[in-house]
Write a protein that binds this ligand. Structure first.
Ligand code: ZN
Length: 263
């Protein structure tokens, strides 16, 4: 970057030029892939833009001030062609790749009461739970029968990419708030790992506002829940200097929630 280039200009170039990558944090590189055109030509993707609905028309998308963090509750081996149906503006894959799915100006039914003001970001993956005697990891419910080994929990590259993206939103869109979907709808989403390593990081390192410990909101369709106090425990911290290992996780699993997005 030349010394004369502002961080605004750099951020603009970085995200709107598909050949360039997002800023680096730590030792991981973050790849940006623009999927907006494929999503527009995808029947599901096309339907997701609600800008012309009565709800969407009432929102001034030039006044976005929030990013809302979600977990997909699914993983597709970070195949960048398989997330066009995800109902969010951006998807952060376990590989560290950032997919741009919808223009920030679009209004999506993604984050309940935060829809008007926010950019929705979905992270690929499932909630990690615990290792069983057979060495496999289960999803977050004891009764859920499917082993989800290797695709549970966020990866280091994913956290690095997510942080770069949040920083971009602050620099480019002047985002002031970073919320969990849970705060607008009574789901687990996005779970303690993403909350601790993305939301709490955004508050502490970027000066963003998470609404505070008691903050929730609601609309006609859903009411939010506060962030559980144990989500603030250091045990959820992911060490970005080490490859991700599920075995680093312990502690309580999130309670059952409903799925953020259709598969
Ligand atoms: Zn969600």
């Amino acid at each position: 970057m030349s010394s004369g280039m502002s961080s605004y200009a750099l951020s603009y170039m970085v995200l709107y030029h598909p050949k360039l990558v997002l800023p680096r944090y730590g030792n991981s590189s973050t790849r940006y892939v623009d999927r907006r055109d494929p999503v527009k030509s995808n029947p599901i993707g096309k339907q997701q833009d609600k800008s012309n609905t009565s709800a969407g028309r009432g929102c001034d998308r030039s006044k976005i001030d929030t990013v809302t963090i979600h977990i997909m509750e699914l993983a597709r081996n970070s195949d960048e062609t398989r997330f066009d149906g995800v109902n969010a503006h951006f998807a952060v894959l376990r590989s560290g790749t950032v997919l741009h799915l919808h223009d920030e100006s679009e209004y999506l039914f993604a984050s309940h009461d935060f829809n008007c003001r926010s950019i929705a970001v979905e992270f690929e993956g499932n909630y990690p739970y615990k290792q069983q005697n057979n060495g496999q990891y289960l999803w977050w419910s004891d009764t859920y029968p499917t082993p989800r080994s290797k695709q549970d929990g966020p990866t280091v590259d994913q956290i690095v990419a997510g942080r770069a993206l949040v920083k971009y939103f602050r620099d480019r869109h002047k985002i002031q708030n970073i919320f969990a979907h849970r705060q607008s709808c009574g789901k687990v989403c996005p779970g303690p790992h993403l909350w601790f390593n993305i939301v709490k990081w955004g508050v502490e390192k970027l000066g963003l506002n998470d609404g505070g410990p008691g903050y929730t909101t609601s609309n006609d369709h859903c009411s939010g829940s506060i962030i559980p106090s144990h989500w603030r425990d250091e045990k959820w911290a992911i060490d970005l200097s080490k490859p991700f290992s599920n075995s680093t996780f312990s502690g309580p699993s999130p309670t059952h929630g409903s799925i953020c997005i259709p598969p």
